[in-house]
Design a protein around this ligand. Structure first.
Ligand SMILES: [Zn+2]
Length: 468
């Protein structure tokens, strides 16, 4: 039988950042060809009655196979994209990181070699700028922005990554000239160094002191400073992984002044606290990430800011280091003092269910806010909308079918990343994406990965869309 569609997702309750309606979704050649009622027959039909059809997630902050000086990430593009797909995500945007002394273009080319033929999902790149030489600022960066790398991250901390204030202003000026979006990791490096020396000098070296060495004040101060740089350079910025009330106050203050400051938060600031670093022995290393998780009052502050639209993006900041691994949380095979533990936790696969359960099912955010935070707004900010981030005619058929009532206890053994733990072990959630389609191909079903590693395509990003 001849049919206008390769696949019909029938009777789904479609939810976008603004609308909710029951419809059929007709898919042809990997794109959404029609959304409507009674679309007729297709070569294959999936009855989605009782399920929600949401845009596949866009995880705009994750680290995969990123070259680094010490240790090695547990996930490459193959295991990382597979894990993301099984959690309802269909686009990933990891980081091509420049090493100090390296050309930015060489970093991007190296990262393409790491990604090609490995990802089951479509992917774009942010860049990490660690060495803004005159050549980088005047030649490489403008050229790469034109070629589709329109966002880049700068760090205010970590010795091998950080820029000084003048360098950050120089990078922001390029973003202003060329129309790019700068992501800022906002923590005060010298304050952390001073506190770390004081702690280790008095014998306080256990994982829990990681959180003590990075109190909210160091995040608050750096957030304020980054906002000031944005104002001086006259260019919007995005503050990544905001952890609690004090940085949120700075962002609200900037909004009150009419400044274009975008902000991101992550599941660890909703579901973990500093107490998770303070467990017997060394296991607290599993939850060492920066900024560190705070306390229950700050979790509530982050939830409230999500509900009030202070945040535009909800990402995983997946930074995969296995616990029992000399390349991971035990460098050289040993338990280390807190400041030598690799920073980062896994979360690609659990990002969406954690926010859906606590936020939508928990009544703190609407399902439209959920879609906006996890798909539509990151797609706009990073220049891949309207191809990604919504369900509409002409978009890629990147769709997650959710069972909004499915009860799941998170267990690492059910996840598909290559990390030997999840910080969310044992947490009960309601709602899970039980089918994920990437450009119309069913790649995950009921916790099983069905796809092919090689099918993901690289996406060149357009200019950021900053109003939504
Ligand atoms: Zn990160």
């Amino acid at each position: 039988m001849d049919s206008p569609y390769d696949l019909l997702i029938a009777n789904a309750e479609v939810v976008t950042a603004s609308d909710r309606f029951v419809a059929d979704i007709g898919i042809l050649d990997g794109k959404i060809q029609a959304v409507g009622r009674g679309l007729g027959a297709a070569r294959e039909t999936i009855d989605a009655r009782g399920l929600l059809a949401l845009p596949g997630g866009v995880d705009a902050h994750c680290h995969l196979d990123q070259p680094q000086q010490v240790g090695r990430m547990a996930d490459d593009f193959k295991s990382g994209s597979r894990s993301a797909a099984c959690g309802g995500t269909t686009t990933i945007i990891p980081f091509a990181a420049q090493m100090k002394g390296q050309s930015l273009r060489a970093a991007v080319e190296d990262y393409h070699r790491r990604a090609t033929d490995k990802s089951c999902l479509d992917y774009a790149f942010h860049m990490i700028i660690t060495d803004p030489t005159p050549e980088v600022l005047t030649q490489e960066l403008p050229g790469l922005i034109q070629e589709g790398y329109t966002s880049f991250k700068v760090y205010m901390t970590y010795d091998d990554l950080k820029l000084n204030d003048r360098q950050i202003l120089d990078v922001l000026d390029v973003a202003h000239q060329e129309g790019a979006l700068v992501m800022v990791h906002a923590e005060n490096s010298d304050c952390i160094g001073w506190l770390t020396d004081r702690l280790t000098g008095s014998g306080h070296t256990a994982p829990k002191y990681h959180a003590v060495s990075r109190p909210q004040a160091v995040e608050r101060e750096a957030t304020h400073r980054a906002i000031t740089f944005s104002e001086l350079a006259d260019v919007p910025i995005l503050i990544v992984h905001v952890s609690g009330s004090e940085a949120i106050e700075q962002i609200r203050w900037a909004h009150g002044r009419g400044l274009r400051i975008f902000a991101e938060t992550c599941p660890q600031y909703l579901y973990l606290t500093a107490a998770d670093l303070d467990v017997d022995g060394y296991e607290g290393a599993k939850c060492v990430c920066s900024p560190p998780p705070r306390d229950p009052a700050n979790q509530e502050a982050v939830w409230r800011a999500l509900s009030h639209n202070v945040f535009s993006v909800f990402s995983s900041d997946h930074a995969p280091y296995s616990y029992d691994d000399p390349d991971g949380k035990k460098p050289n095979g040993h338990e280390q003092h807190f400041h030598h533990i690799p920073n980062g936790i896994p979360g690609l696969e659990t990002r969406l269910p954690l926010l859906f359960s606590g936020g939508v099912v928990g009544g703190r955010i609407s399902i439209h806010q959920f879609v906006a935070l996890t798909a539509t707004q990151p797609a706009k900010l990073y220049g891949i909308y309207p191809r990604k981030g919504s369900i509409m005619v002409g978009a890629d058929a990147d769709i997650a079918l959710w069972d909004p009532t499915l009860q799941v206890t998170i267990r690492n053994q059910r996840l598909h990343h290559n990390v030997d733990y999840t910080p969310y072990e044992g947490i009960d959630v309601t709602g899970w994406p039980i089918m994920t389609f990437s450009r119309g191909r069913l790649i995950s079903k009921s916790f099983d990965f069905l796809g092919q590693a090689v099918a993901g395509q690289f996406i060149r990003c357009g200019k950021p869309i900053l109003s939504f």
